[in-house]
Design a protein around this ligand. Sequence first.
Ligand code: IPE
Ligand code: IPE
Ligand code: MG
Length: 253
Amino acid sequence: MISRLWAKLGKSSPKAEMPQLDKVPDHVAIIMDGNGRWAKDRGLPRIAGHHTGMKAVKRVVREADRLGVKYLTLYAFSTENWKRPKDEVDFLMRLPQQFLEIELEELIENNVQVRMMGIKSDLPSYTIDALEEAMERTADNTGLVLNFALNYGSRKEMIDAIQAIAGDVADGRLTPDQIDEQLMSERLLSRDIPDPDLLIRTSGELRLSNFMLWQLAYSELWFTDVYWPEFNEAHFQEAVLQYQSRKRRFGGL
Ligand code: IPE
Ligand code: IPE
Ligand code: MG
């Protein structure tokens, strides 16, 4: 429609800037925030925002895959989110099951591998069962790794790692001088995943909210005011474009 209009005006259509496909971040992590405010603005209950947020998850998974991102980590529920009203927590716990019921077949078709990063033991069985089924059925897939951070908290993750390391030292399996960055990384829940190259947070909040504090040490950060349920392919492209314009120095020159 718009291109026809431009043709009529005798101009070539304006080409939107597209990410360079050879410089796409390997690992994008997203703090999907603003569901509640999105709903409130529309006079809807907060859970309506969470429900609509699933559509944004679908869009972003497809777009990340299309661009050649290798790992996509989505912060879906933090260890602090248990403080919310029970009804909301219950609804959030049902979402993985709902999402996978609709999307798992397509994820399998697209060679996506589903993973989960978080404390499984506190999750209801229907949540964990749905995720485990998805992880099992996609375990051999070699495409995009879709990593759900669910009941995830970075401080707890680090404390658990340190306790395990301390146990190994106490039992003589490790000496203190063997503790280095690599060992620590291998003890975290993200052990099989490289550190994020790009972190996106939606909804205008400028904080990490206990998300991947160790792993984000040198990630590029990108914030947008857009609420998660409205986040779309163009926003994702904008973030990747920004990432591509950054110069990562890792402390060097
Ligand atoms: C993000 O949206 C989803 C979760 C944290 C589970 P919020 O529910 O935090 O929405 P806001 O920040 O209250 O708008
Ligand atoms: C972070 O969002 C957690 C998730 C997106 C799952 P919150 O909405 O819980 O973060 P705060 O409370 O605003 O820091
Ligand atoms: Mg929030």
